[in-house]
Design a protein around this ligand. Structure first.
Ligand code: Z5A
Length: 229
């Protein structure tokens, strides 16, 4: 199916199930003939993935919350310019694991970076480029961290990165900020119950996409998000 490209983002705390849902949505959309690019942030292109390593790895030097925010936006700018916008211009859908809401929630809510700083960067660096739809996978912090820890143990993963080593209180602030964003932008952000089993959660995510699928190819607008393209 060719038509209007759509930019869909998945958000939530660690262990919410974003990667699982992203993969299932990509497969389900492709089965319906939609061209889909699945990607993630920070990262998504070779240079943006290098920036991801820089920002996630714990090192000896202090990285201020503002510097962390700048690195997130540097990676995002590379990703949007080289992958997201070109895919949308070709009429493809982009399913992206995290985007600017993650900066609002983690750097803003979690680390206390000012909303003004983040919104200025979003405007100046990305021209306010906004998803058509954001699915917020919400679940209690301890449940998310429990899943993430179980997966790390099962995979024999090494040292926790700079976010995985954060406190429960940090993730509570992140979750609260996410829910605040959803309350402020209910048209763009749909909250899904991420305590549901994976197949039910994926069904709920697909239901949320239906209005965009129904309109695919019938308009040339910028979608429900309404941000500049
Ligand atoms: N970050 C930031 O601070 N600012 C920004 O602007 C951006 C990012 C863009 C990226 O880490 C870090 O960067 C992230 C925020 C920060 N750190 N944190 N926290 P990442 O990409 O490596 O990790 P993540 O984004 O947190 O993803 P994750 O831990 O991989 O979680 P997930 O993708 O949401 O979950 P999952 O991998 O699909 O599932 C986790 C486990 O739970 C796995 O074993 C599944 O089998 C299981 N699972 C999944 N769904 C379910 C359901 N529904 N029921 C039960 N079990 C489930």
């Amino acid at each position: 199916m060719s038509g209007v490209g759509r930019f869909i983002t998945l958000e939530g705390i660690e262990g919410a199930g974003k990667s699982t849902v992203a993969a299932a949505l990509t497969a389900a959309l492709r089965a319906r003939g939609v061209s889909v690019v699945q990607t993630r942030e920070p990262g998504g292109t070779p240079l943006a993935e290098r920036l991801r390593e820089v920002v996630l790895q714990r090192g000896a030097e202090r990285l201020s919350a503002e510097a962390e925010t700048l690195l997130m936006f540097a990676s995002r700018a590379v990703h949007v310019d080289n992958l997201v916008r070109p895919a949308l211009a070709r009429g493809e859908w982009v399913i992206c694991d995290r985007y600017t809401d993650a900066t609002r929630a983690y750097q803003g809510g979690g680390r206390g970076v000012s909303a003004d700083f983040i919104e200025t960067l979003s405007r100046e660096v990305l021209d306010g480029f906004t998803p058509d739809l954001t699915l917020l996978l919400d679940l209690p912090v301890l449940a998310g961290l429990g899943r993430a820890n179980a997966r790390r143990k099962a995979n024999g993963d090494g040292e926790a990165d700079r976010f995985e080593s954060e406190t429960v209180a940090f993730f509570e602030r992140v979750r609260e900020r996410y829910l605040g964003i959803a309350a402020a932008e209910p048209q763009r952000v749909r909250v899904l119950d991420a305590t549901l089993p994976p197949d039910e959660l994926v069904r709920a995510a697909l239901t949320a996409l239906e209005p965009l699928l129904a309109n695919a190819g019938s308009d040339a607008g910028s979608g429900v998000g309404g941000g500049p393209r």
